[in-house]
Every structure is written in C-alpha cells, then in structure tokens.
Design a binder for this molecule. Structure first.
Ligand code: ADP
Ligand code: MG
Length: 684
C-alpha cells in the first residue's frame, strides 16, 4: 500500500529516468507529486459540431475518421499525416506534422474526440495537430479543463498528469488536514481532498476557484503561524518604560531642521516607548527620506534614559557608513559609539564585546554579528534594524532575545503593501515618512536609446570635469553569448569606458566579487578616488556618495521600476544637480510606458504601484528579495484578501494555543515546523 511518503517510482509509468526528471522539479514522494500544482489550465470542455466551430476557436469535436490516414514525406525531416473526419454537421481536414505514428493510431470508421484550433476558410474546415483520444478514455485529456504543469527535459504533460492522477487515487484519502475543522467551516474553505482533486482536475471553473482559495489560504495560514512563532510571542506588557524626553536639544544640534514627517515618526516611537508595552514599529520611507535621523533621535532619547542601543545594518559597508553617520551626529552629544563589523581585528572585536557587556557603550553599530551568541548587552533599550529591501525576520528576533525586551524599530525603504507588512512584521505599528528633506532636488530622468551614446559620453565628460562622479549600472556581470539579446556586462562595459575615457578613473564592482574587494572598490568611489563606477545592482543597497550626480542604467528595460527608482536614489544626495539616464533600445510599448513613468515621477510609492500594475506582483516581489520562503500557490502581492483573513485567523489561533500543543493542532504544528526548518536559510 502506498502512502504519502512513497517514492514516485511506485507510480505505473514512472521509471528511473522519469523519477529523476521529477526530482529536478522537487518531486520525490507521492505527497510532492500531488502538491505539484498546475501552472495553468486549458479549457477543453467545450464540444461543438464541426460546422458550428468558429474560425480560430479551440474546441472538442466528436467525429468519425472518414478515410484512411495518408503519410507523405515532403522532404527529409518533414512528414505529414493527412486525414478527414466527419460528424453529422460536416467535414474537417486534419494534418499532423512529424507524428507518423498517428497513421496507425487512427482507424477509418472509428470514433474519437479531437481537440484543437479550428481553422475556417470559406467552406473548408481544418485542424493542425489536434489532440485525439477515444471517447471516455481513462485519464482523458479532452472534454474537460486540463491541467498544464511546468515541465523539464524527460517529461511531458501527459506523463505528469497521469502520474498525478494515480497519486491522487492512491493516497488522496490519506491527505492530512492541517486546518482545524471548525476554522475550515467558518471560513468556507473546501476540504483537503476536494481541493487537491480540483486543483489538478477541476470539475469546472467554480470548483477550481474553491480549490485555489483553500490551498492559498492554507499556505498563507501556515506561513503566518510560522512567522508569528518565529518572532516569538509579541510582548504586550513589560516594555521598558521611558521617561519623557525633551527633544529640542537634539533637534537644535543638527545642521538642518527635521522635516515634519521625521518629527512625527519620532513622536510616535517615543509614545510607544512610554506606553509600558514593547515598541514594535516600522518606519517606512523612500530612499533619501532621512530615516537614519529618526533612528538617531530615538537612540539619543534612549540614552537620555540611561539605556543603550544597537543598530543593525544589512551589509558591512552599510554598517560602516551608518557608524560614520551616527557617530558624527551622536558623539558630539556625549554618546559613546562603537561598531562591531568585519573590518575589526579579533582583538578589537573582543574589546568591543567586553565594553558592551560592561555597559561602556551607548550605541553599537554592526551587521548580524551583533547577535552572535557571544555578544552580551548591558541595559539594552532599543534595537534598530535597517532592512533596506530584505526582511531579516530571524535575525531580528535573535537580537530581540538579547538583554531583556528592548524596543524595536525597523526601517525599510521598500513600499510594502500594508497587508504584507502585517504578515512579515506581525502586528507592528507603522510610521510613514512621506516628505523629503527640503531642497532635495528632483533627479532629472531621461529615457534614451543607443543613438544618444555620443551625447551621453559628452555629458559624462562635462560632469566629471566639474568634479562630479558617475554611476553606471549594467544588468550582467560578464558577457554571455548564450543570451538571445546582447546585454551590457559590467566588466566589458567598464573596459570600454576606460578606453573611451583615458583621462578618467573607471572601476567595476559586481556581486561575484568577494565582499572585501567589493567594499574596497565602493569605499574608493565614496572617497572620490574613482570617477566612474560600473556596477551590477550590488550598489542598489544604499551607499551614500553625495558627490555622484549621474546615474546611467544600461539595458534599462531589464529592470523593474522599483529597482530603477532605488538606483536613481543613489544620486541627488548632495548639493549638486543630478541626472538619471535610462538607456534602452527596446521598442516595446510596455517598456516605453514604464520608462516614461520614471521620467514623470520621483515618488517611490507611486512607482511601486505602477510597477505592480504593469508587471504583476511576481516581479515586484521577485527574486526572493523579500527573504520569505517561496510560496507554491499563493501570490503575496495579489492574494491580499485571503492573506488578511489567514493572518487574523492565525493570530486568533495562536492566542488560544501559542505552542500549537492541542492535539487538533498537531498536523498544523508539523507543517509550521517544517516551514520553519526549510526557511532557516532564507529568512534573512
Ligand atoms: P534614508 O531614508 O534613505 O536612509 P538617509 O537617512 O540616508 O535617508 O538621509 C539621506 C540624506 O538626507 C542624508 O545625507 C541626511 O543627512 C539628509 N537629511 C536627513 N534629514 C534631513 C533634513 N531634515 N534636512 C536636510 N537633510 C536631511
Ligand atoms: Mg538609509
């Protein structure tokens, strides 16, 4: 007897080779197999008499083979089988290309179902390569909605479909039901068995919708439970109580006035820290909106209360940069600021750790090294994490576990839809910085094509002769001959530029370099030692080079709008008028429309919305940038209503049974722990 863990080899028709191919798709057991959901569906449920099918319509027809199929060889490598079929309404001519065996499979005078696109020209009707089978055939591929799966070499649709069919027959009854019965009924969700059956072999589109909804809900519900448990119980009481702090002295110490949005964010966070509960706040603001200053203000207020803070950055270079910025702002006010980064020697690290333990530092800036097991904090009051675009869920919880229950401030430049923020961050509070510091100039943006190359070169000459620096971003690291279109590679382009501008210093940085080398090149550029930095998107993650005034993006069509926006945010950070040039030879209307949006607006939220609209959420949340585990069926960007409901239900359930210890939650617990395990590598 098969069960869900039985290897796919068990299935009739799946031998060594096919099992290996399935393995490439992540399918090993029967459970994997029936959890391998179709990519899309083809509606083959419509039957029509031959004479009523419209030109171009995809239909099933029931018909007799009217003559003996004829095989002809047109030339080497091209064989045709031709035959005619008939029903009561009329005739159609069929042609099969390079399928000589069709000749022997279809017999004159016998009846079959054919599915394909009908072509009508005058009174002549024809179909090319229609699918055929005997009516009522087992595991039929006509007369219904047919699943289409993502394939790889060694598999075809029929093989996968028939394997899934057998898998469902063998153990559909054994499917676990991780959703508590009461919840399932209350939320109007289909049963597991029904959902798995209909996601593969939908009885009709209504059944498919029910199946999808149930499976999406299940996936998001498990994800919400996992994230919630990983974060640990949100501590509602027992937050460190801050005494009121008069902020004016801090504001007065700055070389500029804070924006209204910055003041508001600080006031909101201070309110949290005076409430008695532990603060859990997200500060969301576009690149350049001044989030660091909000953090600095709060670190200062916490210090006024005799407590220390930790500031965690996503990369070494950002940690160094934040260290420089924050000590510049805070040391003059009397705070002792330290750093814990890869740049330190082992001895220096030991010293910093000792100082932290002894309470001799008021602020430490670093990367995830801040939460390694051997780092102990005295009087830790506030943890700030700058996430840029990644959501370091696990790292954050590790840091939060340190030294009691510090307040938490998360900073993010990614405009995440609120529902998604909820599931990622839990029931946190959100401050939005919707105002840029005054005097910030709009970065003028120009979409251009290759014909502008000479003018662009002159522009580079002019700006660099004025002392400015230039970023050039390419979509690839190295030349790749295999790609159909020629894409600029960072290395090659850097070499070209170096040849065209012998008087300028050109450097190149890309993701395949060692972190140390990367940081060195970036640091040299930040210090003004190089004029042009050619890069892949590694520079997206915010290094501040106020002297850079031109951002050139090559093959701009390859980038998402939000990504282009982040890239553009690298310039215009200083007093100099700045520009962004988007080079693209792509002619498609869609690309033109997208690049035009970049010219029109500098508003990151508006751009994110347009991006979502034009490209769909898949790309927006693509490349696993968000650090969440991959979802199989749910779309984090689109399924927001189900997401909201799943999140609310997960919260409610965990309030009742935080450890998922109840017997009726055993299966759910298993699923949550499994996700937890597989997520370990990706939750950061
Ligand atoms: P981000 O939100 O992208 O992290 P930063 O905190 O790095 O933005 O701030 C971007 C730049 O704006 C910094 O150079 C910072 O000194 C400057 N800045 C921040 N707040 C103000 C302000 N209120 N007035 C003028 N400049 C500011
Ligand atoms: Mg920043």
């Amino acid at each position: 007897m098969a069960d869900l863990n039985t290897p796919v080899r068990y299935i009739r028709g799946i031998g060594e080779k096919k099992a290996q191919a399935l393995g490439k798709l992540g399918v090993f057991s029967l459970y994997d197999l029936i959890s391998y959901f179709p990519r899309k569906y083809e509606d083959r449920s419509v039957y029509k008499p031959i004479a009523l099918a419209q030109n171009g319509e995809s239909v099933c027809v029931r018909a007799l083979v009217a003559d003996t199929p004829r095989l002809t060889r047109i030339r080497r490598g091209l064989e045709l089988v031709k035959l005619r079929i008939a029903d009561e309404s009329g005739l159609a001519e069929l042609t099969y290309f390079n399928q000589p065996y069709v000749k022997d499979n279809l017999h004159r005078g016998e009846s079959y179902v054919f599915y394909g696109k009908m072509e009508v020209s005058g009174s002549r009707r024809s179909m090319v390569n229609p699918i055929y089978e005997r009516e009522g055939a087992e595991g039929g591929v006509t007369g219904r909605i047919v699943p289409l799966y993502r394939l790889c070499a060694g598999l075809n649709q029929r093989v996968v479909m028939q394997a899934v069919r057998q898998g469902l027959d063998a153990c559909g009854e054994l499917l676990p039901e991780p959703l508590p019965e009461e919840l399932r009924q209350r939320c109007g969700l289909a049963q597991a068995r029904y959902a798995y059956e209909n996601i593969h072999f939908p009885a009709d589109f209504g059944a498919l919708a029910l199946a999808r909804r149930r499976l999406i809900f299940e996936e998001l519900f498990v994800l919400a439970c996992a994230l919630d448990r990983m974060r640990g119980q949100r501590v509602r009481d027992g937050g460190i109580l801050l005494a009121p702090v008069e902020m004016e002295p801090f504001w007065a110490s700055l070389p500029f006035r804070p924006t209204g949005a910055q003041r508001r964010a600080v006031a909101e966070a201070l309110g949290d820290m005076r409430s008695g509960a532990v603060m859990n706040r997200l500060v969301q603001g576009d690149v350049g909106s001044g989030k660091t200053l909000v953090a600095a203000a709060l670190i200062w207020a916490v210090w006024k209360n005799g407590l220390s803070s930790a500031f965690m950055a996503p990369t070494e270079i950002l940690a160094e940069q934040h260290f420089a910025t924050l000590s510049g702002l805070l040391s003059p006010l009397g705070l002792r600021v330290g750093r814990l980064t890869g740049a330190l020697t082992a001895k220096e690290k030991r010293e910093v750790k000792a100082a932290l333990k002894a309470g001799e530092l008021d602020l430490v800036v670093g990367t995830h090294a801040l939460f390694s097991a051997d780092v102990e904090y005295a009087r830790l009051g506030l943890v700030v994490t700058d996430e840029q675009h990644r959501f370091g869920v696990e790292q954050r919880s590790a840091l939060i576990g340190k030294g009691g229950r510090p307040h938490v401030l998360v900073m993010s430049a990614t405009p995440i839809p609120h529902t998604l923020a909820l599931i990622i961050y839990g029931d946190l509070d959100v401050s939005v910085i919707d105002e840029l510091p005054p005097g910030r100039q709009k970065v003028d943006t120009f979409p251009v094509d290759e014909s502008y190359r000479a003018r662009l070169d002159n522009f580079i000459r002019r700006l660099t002769s004025e002392g400015r620096q230039v970023f050039v971003v390419c979509p690839m690291v190295e030349e790749n001959e295999d790609l159909p279109v020629k894409l600029k590679s960072a290395q090659e382009h850097a070499a070209e530029l170096a040849a065209r501008f012998p008087e300028l210093k050109v450097a190149c940085v890309h993701g395949r370099m060692k972190a140390k080398d990367k940081d060195a090149v970036m640091a040299a550029f930040a210090a003004g030692e190089t004029d042009i930095l050619v890069a892949t998107t590694v520079i997206e993650v915010g290094v501040d080079v106020p002297n850079a005034a031109l951002m050139i993006v090559e093959n701009a069509e390859r980038f998402g709008l939000s990504q282009l926006h982040q890239l553009r945010g690298r310039v215009g950070r200083g007093p100099h008028k700045s520009y962004c040039v988007l080079v693209s030879d792509a002619e498609s209307e869609e690309v033109r429309a997208r690049l035009a949006i970049m010219r029109k607006t500098n508003d990151g939220f508006q751009i994110a919305e347009e991006d979502l609209r034009l490209r769909g959420p898949g790309d927006f949340f693509g490349s696993r940038q968000h650090g969440l585990p991959e979802t199989h069926i749910a779309d984090l960007g689109a399924d927001t209503q189900i997401l909201q409901r799943a999140k609310a239900e997960a919260d409610a359930l965990l309030r009742e049974d935080p450890e998922l210890a109840w017997p009726e939650h055993a299966l759910l617990r298993e699923r949550v722990e499994k996700l937890f395990q597989s997520g370990r590598d990706s939750f950061n």
